[in-house]
Design a protein. Structure first.
Length: 500
């Protein structure tokens, strides 16, 4: 019997009423294992209404109440991390160890939310004038929404809702319809932890659900992670409807390898960063820029390592890389490799025809490595979101940095070198929001914020960290004067207020 994933509204499961369902496939077998209910406009409205009603009390709740619930949630999340990882593997396809890592990174933001009392401390200036004090404080927005991608079905939602609800907001989550089960399980665990009904709601669906959240008058802010075209649409549409927006888009992350770098370390890093999670992550290294004479040796070392990667079902402990999320996506990724030679690339490894014995109907693709890639090639220009690594050549550091900065994306980047001066210059000159120095995937820890530049971010706020707290709150400044008990009536003064 096919499993059905329903919505989560008002603290309980809500069966889909629209009559529309989407298929959820096991990427390792190609078999549809689950149906997910797609929300109608009325169902989205019901979730927002539930969140709006819950905000009346949750927005006034004490920090102690909020953090107590979040601490309980953290304990439950830790106890159920294997179960959540199994849900991720079953619907996304990534190997179990990678899925566990995703849950662990989500836990970092829950940790941050548990300490929200420090983040929400206000400021006070006393005696700015005679008996006048000025205080700055931050207050929740109300109902906020999150729209999250398929590649991290647990981690990215946890980049959003723990901070949002810790700040006193209520939340409506629209997870990817391709792997929806993990989000519902997180909502169940939060309810078990004591979260009041309606504070976190989950609605599934397609553009109908997304557009309703973007236009709903009671939704005050929208967080999004996904591709650049959709991020731009989310930002434009939600902003036009008067909402605060943080929309994180796509990436083409470069790794600059200087001639003095440890090439073994650089090759290890390139393979891990390019092919981990089958390349389905916005912080994957998809372009290596080899400077000077190191290119041939570096490519040989990458190839040697890449050929040893074991590809198989995510629930097989020996697998190091799993399948792609859908057959359509697999075919799209393969097309970049199949057309690479005609665009001037040297195809070192071609994984486009790879299959796994016994799982021939799965969404499999092997490791691909393209060398001497021209910047005009589609494999370089587009965000492929698969296990395809492009190697470009540059004669000098200056040529390499210019190549990187010419990209329309500016999410993450890395440099591999032993030269501290070169690394310092790189981190100041490169046009990207997150920089690694001998670190291939510079995803910030939870108490620093995640976000890119240029076409990788639409909106003014990065996600989680201090930016996350500021995004989910708004500032208020209170100026207070109390008369001294010995003073008489001040009288009427129609002049401009004086501070002294």
């Amino acid at each position: 019997m096919t499993k059905i994933v329903n919505h989560w509204i008002g603290g309980k499961s809500a069966e889909g009423a629209s009559g529309t369902f989407g298929p959820v496939t096991d990427p390792a077998t190609g078999v549809v294992t689950t149906k997910v209910a797609f929300a109608s406009v009325d169902e989205v409205d019901a979730a927002v209404a539930s969140a709006k009603e819950a905000f009346l009390t949750w927005g006034q709740s004490s920090l102690a109440q909020r953090t107590t619930i979040l601490f309980r949630f953290r304990a439950l999340l830790d106890a159920h991390r294997d179960e959540i990882a199994e849900l991720i593997t079953a619907e996304h396809g990534k190997v179990h160890s990678d899925a566990l890592g995703e849950v662990a990174r989500g836990l970092e933001i829950v940790d941050l939310a548990c300490g929200i009392n420090v983040q929400l401390k206000g400021e006070l200036s006393t005696q700015v004038a005679s008996r006048v004090d000025v205080a700055s404080l931050r207050q929740p927005l109300g109902v906020v929404a999150g729209i999250t991608p398929f590649n991290f079905p647990a981690m990215v939602p946890m980049w959003m809702f723990p901070l949002a609800i810790a700040c006193g907001n209520t939340f409506v989550l629209k997870p990817s319809e391709k792997d929806p089960s993990a989000s519902v399980r997180l909502a169940e665990l939060l309810t078990e932890a004591g979260l009041p009904d309606g504070v976190l709601n989950v609605v599934h669906g397609d553009k109908v659900a997304v557009d309703r959240l973007l236009e709903h008058p009671d939704v005050k802010a929208v967080s999004f992670v996904g591709s650049t075209p959709i991020a731009r649409y989310i930002h434009t549409t939600a902003s036009a409807n008067g909402k605060r927006v943080q929309a994180l888009g796509g990436a083409k992350n470069h790794m600059l390898v200087l001639p003095d770098a440890d090439l073994d370390a650089a090759a290890d890093a390139a393979v891990s960063a390019a092919y981990g999670s089958a390349g389905e992550r916005c912080m994957a290294i998809s372009a290596v820029v080899a400077v000077g004479s190191v290119g041939d040796e570096l490519v040989d070392k990458i190839r040697e390592r890449a050929e040893k990667i074991k590809i198989g079902p995510g629930n097989d402990p020996t697998s190091e890389m799993g399948p792609l999320i859908t057959k359509v996506h697999r075919d799209k990724v393969a097309s970049y490799v199949e057309g690479a030679a005609a665009e001037g690339c040297e195809v070192v490894l071609d994984g486009s025809g790879y299959t796994v014995d016994g799982f021939e109907d799965g969404h499999w693709i092997g490791i691909s490595l393209l060398d001497k890639v021209p910047t005009s090639a589609k494999a370089y220009q587009d965000e492929i979101f698969g296990p395809v690594l492009c190697v470009l050549r540059a004669e000098t550091y200056e040529e390499g940095i210019a190549l990187i900065n010419a990209s329309p994306f500016g999410n993450g980047t890395a440099i591999f070198t032993r030269d501290g001066g070169a690394a310092r210059r790189f981190q100041l000159e490169v046009e990207a929001g997150m920089v690694g120095v001998n670190v291939p995937i510079p995803v910030p820890v939870g108490y620093h914020s995640f976000g890119g530049w240029k076409d990788s971010l639409f909106g003014d706020h990065h996600i989680y960290g201090n930016d996350g707290t500021h995004f989910y709150t708004r500032g208020k400044v209170v100026t207070t004067r109390w008369p001294d008990p010995a003073d008489g009536p001040a009288g009427v003064d129609l002049g401009f207020p004086r501070n002294h």
